[in-house]
Design a protein around this ligand. Structure first.
Ligand code: CU
Length: 452
C-alpha cells in the first residue's frame, strides 16, 4: 500500500512540478517556435506514458499483492496484448520523431534572401565578419592569421577588402530579417547557442557549419558556447543585439573594414611620449608603477591590452563602478587622450619603456598558488604568465603584485568586469570565482612572483 501511494505521489508531484516550475523555456525571439512545439509534443507523449505506466504499476501493486491462496501464473505469450503494445509504442515514437523531421528540413533549408554573417570562435571569444558593400565575404585561410589579421582574411582577395570586422564579442542583427550564420572555429570545437533563438550549432575546426534564423523581437541576448568541457568554454560569452534597421546600420558602419584594420598605423612614439607626461605623475617615468598612488606598472603590458583598457576607461566600461575608487582616479586621465590615435601613440611609447619586474610585496604560499595557476590561469595568461594576445589575456609576470590582488578582488566583487560593455573583463570575472579566499589570492600572486 505504501509503495502504491508513493508511486501515485511521484506522478502528482512530477506533474505539478512541471506545471509550476520556473525553469521553462525563456520567451522565444526567433522564428523557431516549431522547436518549442516539438519539445512540447515530446513532453506530452512521454508525460502521458509516464503517468499511465506509473499509475498502472501502483494499481498492480495493490491488485496483485500477496494474499493467502493466490499464486502467480506464468503466461509467456499473449498475441493480442503484444499487438496493442507494439502498435501504441510505434504511434508514440512516430508522433515524437516525425514532426522533428519537418522542422529539421526547414532548419537546413536557408531562405534565398537570408543575409550572410560569419561567426568565428576561438579560445575564448566570438567575433563576427560581415560581407560589406559587395555582399560577398572574402576567402580566409589559417595561414593568414596574425595579430593584425585575427580572422585570417586573404589580403589578395578583393572581396575581402570591404568585409566588416566586429571583434568585440557583440553581434547586432536587424529584427524581422532572415540571417544565415556561417560558423567557423580557428582552434578547437566550440558551439554557438542563443537560448532565445532556440537554434544552435557546433563550430568545428576545418569545417564551416551554419544555422539560419529570423529574429522576431528586439532585445539583447546572451551568446553561450555550449561546448561544456574544457577550461574556458563556459566563460566564452557574447551578446547579440536585435534592433531596428537604422540602429543596425549605424552599428555596421561603426565597425572597421578589413582594409581599415590592415592599414591602421602602429602609433607615433614621439607624440606618445608627450601625452605620457601626464601619466608619468602617477605611473612613473618608466611606467614602473607607484604603489603609493595605487598606479600599477604599465611597462611590459601588450599595446593591444593597454589600448583596450584606455578605451574601456574612456567609454565608461571600466572605472565607473561606485566602489571602484582607484579606477575612478584613472578614468579622467584616459579622457585626456582625445582619440584612438592618441591611445595608439601613448601605448606605442609605453611599449618602448624597459620592462623590469616590479618589486614583490605580497606574502603568500607560492606552492599552494602553483596548482591553480598551472591548471587554470596559465591556459589563458600563458604557462609563464607572459600574456597571450590571442586569448586577450594580459601579462601578469613581473607586474605590480599588490595591483593584481586588488584587481582579483574587484573582479570577484563585480567592481570590475560587470559593465555590459566589458566583454573581456566579464570573462576574467567568471575566472576569479575560482579564488575562494583572500589567502588563495595571495598564494596565487606569490606564485606569479616566482615566475620569470
Ligand atoms: Cu568554446
Amino acid at each position: 500500500m505504501v509503495v502504491a501511494i508513493v508511486l501515485a505521489l511521484l506522478v502528482v508531484g512530477s506533474v505539478v512540478f512541471h506545471l509550476l516550475s520556473p525553469w521553462y523555456f525563456t520567451p522565444i525571439a526567433s522564428n523557431w517556435g516549431a522547436m518549442d512545439d516539438t519539445i512540447s509534443l515530446t513532453f506530452w507523449v512521454t508525460g502521458i506514458v509516464f503517468i499511465v505506466v506509473n499509475l498502472f504499476m501502483a494499481y498492480c501493486v495493490i491488485r496483485y499483492r500477496q494474499r493467502k491462496g493466490q499464486t502467480a501464473k506464468y503466461e509467456p505469450e499473449n498475441n493480442k496484448l503484444e499487438v496493442w503494445l507494439v502498435g501504441l509504442t510505434s504511434v508514440g515514437v512516430a508522433a515524437m520523431l516525425a514532426p522533428g523531421l519537418f522542422v529539421w528540413a526547414n532548419f537546413v533549408h536557408v531562405p534565398d534572401d537570408a543575409a550572410v554573417i560569419e561567426v568565428v570562435g576561438k579560445q575564448w571569444t566570438f567575433s563576427f565578419r560581415l560581407p560589406g558593400k559587395d555582399g560577398r565575404l572574402g576567402t580566409v585561410d589559417s595561414r593568414y592569421i596574425s595579430d593584425k589579421n585575427p580572422f585570417g582574411v586573404n589580403p589578395d582577395d578583393p572581396n575581402g577588402r570591404d568585409d566588416v570586422l566586429a571583434s568585440g564579442s557583440e553581434l547586432h542583427l536587424p529584427v524581422g530579417k532572415p540571417v544565415k550564420l556561417l560558423l567557423r572555429s580557428i582552434d578547437v570545437l566550440h558551439n554557438f547557442a542563443v537560448p532565445q533563438f532556440r537554434a544552435k550549432m557546433d563550430l568545428v575546426p576545418g569545417l564551416v557549419t551554419y544555422i539560419w534564423l529570423t529574429p522576431t523581437r528586439t532585445g539583447k541576448f546572451d551568446i553561450l558556447c555550449n561546448e561544456l568541457c574544457g577550461v574556458g568554454h563556459y566563460a566564452m560569452r557574447g551578446k547579440v543585439v536585435v534592433e531596428d534597421e537604422p540602429a543596425y546600420q549605424a552599428w555596421v558602419s561603426g565597425n572597421p573594414t578589413f582594409a581599415q584594420t590592415s592599414a591602421r598605423a602602429t602609433g607615433d612614439v614621439a607624440a606618445g611620449k608627450q601625452s605620457y607626461a601626464v601619466c608619468a605623475g602617477c605611473h612613473g617615468i618608466q611606467a614602473e608603477g607607484n604603489p603609493a598612488l595605487h598606479a600599477p606598472k604599465l611597462s611590459g603590458l601588450g599595446d593591444w591590452y593597454l589600448q583596450r583598457q584606455l578605451k574601456y576607461y574612456k567609454q565608461g566600461a571600466r572605472g565607473t563602478h561606485d566602489k571602484d575608487v582607484f579606477g575612478k582616479m584613472m578614468a579622467p586621465m584616459a579622457a585626456t587622450l582625445v582619440d584612438d590615435a592618441a591611445i595608439d601613440n601613448v601605448s606605442a611609447y609605453i611599449k618602448t619603456l624597459p620592462d623590469s619586474p616590479a618589486p614583490a610585496t605580497v606574502q603568500g604560499n607560492a606552492n599552494n598558488g602553483k596548482r591553480l595557476f598551472v591548471t587554470t590561469c596559465g591556459t589563458c595568461h600563458g604557462p609563464a604568465g607572459r600574456g597571450v594576445q590571442s586569448m586577450n589575456a594580459p601579462g601578469l609576470t613581473g607586474m605590480s603584485d599588490w595591483y593584481m590582488v586588488t584587481q582579483l578582488k574587484n573582479f570577484k566583487q563585480g567592481i570590475r568586469g560587470a559593465h555590459p560593455q566589458d566583454m573581456y573583463g566579464a570573462q576574467m570575472a567568471l575566472m576569479s570565482n575560482t579564488l575562494v579566499t583572500d589567502q588563495a589570492i595571495n598564494d596565487l600572486v606569490a606564485y606569479i612572483n616566482t615566475l620569470k
